[in-house]
Design a protein around this ligand. Sequence first.
Ligand code: LM2
Ligand code: CA
Length: 480
Amino acid sequence: QWRPAYAEGHDGMVHLFEWSWKSIAEECENFLGPHKFASVQVSPPNENRRVAGQWWERYQPISYNLDTRSGGRADFIDMVDRCNAVGVRIIVDAIINHMCGEDALSGTGTGGCQYNTDTLEFPCVPFSSGDFNDYRCGSQNGLINNYGDPNEVRNCRLVGLTDLDHSKSSTADKIAAYMNDLIDIGVAGFRVDAAKHMWPEETEILYGKLHDLPTGKGFPANTRPWIGQEVIDQGGEPIKKEEYVGMGAVTEFNYCFSLGNLRGSLAQLKTVADKPSNWGFLSNKDAFVFTNNHDNQRGHGGGGGGIVTFKSPHDLPYVTGMMMALPFGTKRIMSSYLFEDGDQGPPAAQPSTADPTAESCNNDWVCEHRWAGIRNIGMLGGAMRSEPDSYSNWWDNGSSQVSFSRGTGWFAVNSDAWAMEGGIQTGLAAGKYCDLAQSDLDSCDTFINVDASGMACVNIQAGQNVPMSYTIADARVGDF
Ligand code: LM2
Ligand code: CA
């Protein structure tokens, strides 16, 4: 439940926020599989309330039928099969803390199911008033008002979202049935939304009801689904991320800020690998990490300044590179669409996926995962995965030039205002390698030559477009 069941040589979860199942299936085949990304976090696949023009309608469930603007059940199953076939796992954003907002009143969801938030009827699940938490919420208005009170945070309504009661086994069984349906389809894990708003001991029981991943879909026997719990703990509240590590990985939000703040002093990140607790971080195994997510890139979910998003196009690739190369956490890469305001829903037209050499997906889809410097980062991470998970050949200049190896990969970065030039130990066998930070393997035009002692001449100029150099044993293209 802590390490996802990734295909050998693959790493990195790409959040294809608001993509359709059909587009994701194509992206797996055309780009993500060949570039060895490991998984896709998909938008919530279950039926939701309709709220015109907003992305966040996806966070307001109406039923557990797979029917949303991303596609229906048949499309979803097709996507999972096609992605799994090319070594890319599907991770589902599971909205299990609540159903839709009380302000929805009554109506019909994206799949045609009815709802009524006064009587708390969701007949397609079915849920009714006995499945909800109001009886144990002590707040005056039934909402979460005080984040200093764990009872309120877990039993009351988050921004008015009708709150499910996981202490009741018949309610938990229905949620587990939804998640098991997805597991049986071949989904490899879950990003658990609003985990902070659920009692750890109750969610642990719920996760205990989940099936192993299906051997019939190619997973090894006895493999548990990966669990990545969304617990926004930036300090200052009684609910702690540590309460959730016993049953799966947990988001490490403060790492977003460290990555952002240390853009000009990357050498300091060495100690994140050495001793994450010095930073107040969870362990390598427990942490679920990212440079930015769909909430904090648009000022939702607590927000926060100083994070690196697609709006810092020079910085995002090397910060993502550093995150992927360091032995710390299960890594997620945000793939966004352009927006003017923080509520705006996705573009009308789907992204273009056909041309694997393209570094953008057009139609206002930013497609960070295809950018130069990021597009081969799954391949790097996959080669770097190792047991025990640690680095070697660390070198830094005390500022923001860093080089190290891990597994069968080697990584170097320079975000200083001066050049990084000279001989560096890569830990690789002698040979000529494709520099995957600069070029794709199948059309390579930038190389790194490693001599018999593992040394390479590195040349990363200050401010160059992608100020990184990285490669892997499998990218050896000839002799030195
Ligand atoms: C999350 N993680 O724990 C998600 O990452 C975050 O995106 C979700 O909030 C949240 N938990 C609940 O799933 C988003 C969005 C909110 C939005 C909710 C529900 O950030 O703004 O709230 O989804 O769609 C919206 C309105 C709010 C309204 C509420 C209920 O913004 O004003 O409250 O719907 O109708 C009356
Ligand atoms: Ca709750």
